[in-house]
Design a protein around this ligand. Structure first.
Ligand SMILES: NC(=O)c1ccc[n+]([C@@H]2O[C@H](COP(=O)([O-])OP(=O)(O)OC[C@H]3O[C@@H](n4cnc5c(N)ncnc54)[C@H](O)[C@@H]3O)[C@@H](O)[C@H]2O)c1
Length: 219
């Protein structure tokens, strides 16, 4: 599991381990936490390092990869697209290249609702057109678009999860969301600090409740 020391990855790692799977966490700890990577062996490395990813796949006889490692701050992605393309696109392609070389056939990709862009209709169905409006969404869509080619050429079967802002924590209280800075709307709103000008929420109930949030981003 790449990014298994991060928020969603650590919860997924815990769930997998509880389901009886052996988990290996591959993470550079740039944003993740060593303490959250406790549901499998931690291999510290970067996903852009194809040789290191190959070595980890081989050493641990990996049969499937869940890819959570990414940068995910929408605003930052607009200011620093080069970093986002390198980390999110080159990184994911590096993992896929390593998988092809080591004959690992299953890939679950942590994509994002940001691949949809401005909604044409809501609720957003899976079939909604994908027209990202920022480089974060573009990097994720670029990887999604590469996946069928890796299936055709190397037999790597994949699926992409396009979720919206994840929220909440492990019911056992062992792990939780620990981003710094916190960019996500739900944890920011739940801090209930009205003085926090970066997180002003209001609700409209025209056709169904809609939360409008200013100066936050959806990943
Ligand atoms: N948090 C959300 O609400 C949300 C919503 C939609 C999609 N996503 C996607 O889910 C994934 C996980 O999100 P999260 O909230 O858990 O983020 P997170 O920052 O908590 O976790 C990401 C992990 O990836 C690691 N990482 C980043 N770049 C790496 C690299 N080059 N090499 C190795 N490890 C690297 C970080 O150290 C961190 O542990 C991301 O791909 C994100 O785009 C998140």
């Amino acid at each position: 599991m790449t990014g298994g020391a991060g928020y969603i990855g650590s919860h997924a790692a815990k769930a997998l381990r509880q389901a009886g799977y052996r988990v290996v966490v591959y993470d550079n700890l740039a944003a993740g936490h060593r303490g959250a990577a406790k549901f499998g062996e931690l291999v510290q490395g970067d996903v852009t390092d194809v040789a290191a990813v190959r070595a980890a796949l081989r050493a641990h006889e990996v049969t499937a990869v869940m890819h959570f490692a990414a940068l995910l701050d929408v605003g930052e992605s607009v200011r620093e697209p080069a970093r986002y393309y390198r980390n999110n696109v080159t990184g994911a392609l590096g993992v896929l290249e390593a998988m092809a070389a080591e004959s690992v056939e299953y890939f679950v990709f942590s994509s994002t609702c940001a691949t949809y862009g401005e909604p044409i209709e809501t609720p957003i169905a899976e079939t909604h057109p994908q027209q990202p409006i920022n480089s974060y969404g573009e990097t994720k869509l670029a990887v999604e678009r590469a996946l069928p080619h890796f299936e055709r050429a190397y037999g790597i079967h994949s699926m992409s999860l396009r979720y919206f802002n994840a929220a909440g924590a492990d019911p056992d209280g062992e792990i939780g969301e620990d981003h710094s800075p916190e960019i996500h709307v739900i944890p920011r709103a739940s801090r209930r600090r009205p003085a926090d000008a970066a997180c002003r929420c209001s609700a409209t109930t025209t056709r169904r409740p809609t939360a409008r949030v200013s100066a936050t981003t959806s990943t």
